[in-house]
Design a protein around this ligand. Structure first.
Ligand code: SF4
Length: 301
């Protein structure tokens, strides 16, 4: 008998990441060289290597803060693509000033969050963003708050907020946990009862988080979560899987699978972060499906 491998329905690229990759690849196919991206287009080193081979090259830094060394004359045939995470209005202005072709591939779902922030900031609202202050999406969104933005990730952070008055709005970075957002929104309302709360976690994130429970219903004994060890959304998926109490393995490639360790499970659920390419998911599923379970399932870690 071989191991039963159940793949999550929404594993891998979300539509926003896929769209940004397609935009960059289209430019490369049309002969643009190089196709620059402001920071890594995707948080997956195996996929970045493939893209590099296609003429798509990262410049700048993870947070999209660094000045870029682009020479408009030398790079006359190049194009600069903004990642799905989006950027602040100031960064957009800077990138456009570099004098080469510019294409914004910000995910439309991130654009919706930016629009909500901008609309309320113009009316004088303070914006509370539930997210990771070091993540490029949160950094970009802060740029729409007109200097009245606060990134929070815990109740302690809410306690530490200054008195924001009555005009307060709260949004979320698109990739956060839904349950945690609701809990923090309720807590924020205790301090700021008039706060306008917008759940802006994107549908793709909610689908991927929901899949963890669906896999549990299918009787998986362990989870394998595939994606870059530095990918925030993959790490969150792994964290959510661990919350179920089932053994969870966060791996980047099939090479990290230990057949002996995995052999103690009869049924394994596989999912992957929004930045994990299909070829890595298929490799992992195929490798797992070749394993013969050795013994009774391991107890939950
Ligand atoms: S995770 Fe959601 S918001 Fe982010 S790129 Fe994917 S679809 Fe867009």
């Amino acid at each position: 008998m071989l191991m039963k491998v159940i793949r999550a329905q929404n594993a891998g690229f979300c539509w926003g990441v896929e769209r940004a990759i397609d935009i960059a690849r289209d430019f490369a196919k049309k002969g643009k060289r190089p196709v620059y991206t402001d920071g890594p287009l995707i948080h997956n080193s195996q996929m970045m290597e493939r893209l590099e081979g296609e003429g798509i090259r990262e410049v700048g830094d993870y947070q999209s803060r660094a000045d870029l060394t682009i020479d408009a004359e030398e790079d006359a045939n190049s194009v600069l693509v903004v990642r799905a995470h989006g950027i602040s209005p100031e960064r957009r202005k800077y990138l456009k000033s570099l004098g080469i072709e510019f294409r914004d591939a910000t995910c439309p779902d991130v654009g919706i969050v930016a629009g909500k922030i901008r609309l309320h900031a113009k009316k004088g609202y303070h914006t509370v963003i539930y997210g990771d202050a070091r993540h490029p999406e949160a950094i970009g969104l802060m740029g729409y708050t007109e200097g009245r933005g606060h990134v929070i990730s815990s109740k302690e952070d809410i306690d530490a907020l200054p008195d924001l008055g009555e005009q307060v709005t709260m949004v979320s970075q698109t990739t956060m946990f839904t349950e945690d957002f609701q809990e923090l929104a309720d807590y924020l309302r205790e301090r700021f009862p008039q706060a306008l709360i917008f759940d802006t976690i994107c549908g793709a994130t909610k689908d991927r988080q929901g899949d963890i429970a669906v896999l549990m219903d299918h009787g998986v004994e362990a989870y394998v979560v595939i994606g870059g060890h530095h990918s925030a959304n993959t790490r969150k998926l792994a964290m959510l899987a661990r919350r179920t109490g089932k053994p969870t393995f966060h791996i980047e490639t099939a090479k990290e699978i230990d057949p002996v360790e995995m052999g103690s499970f009869r049924c394994v659920g596989v999912t992957a972060g929004a930045s994990t390419p299909e070829f890595l998911i298929s490799e992992v599923c195929n490798r797992l499906a070749e394993i013969s379970p050795q013994a009774a399932p391991a107890s939950a870690q």
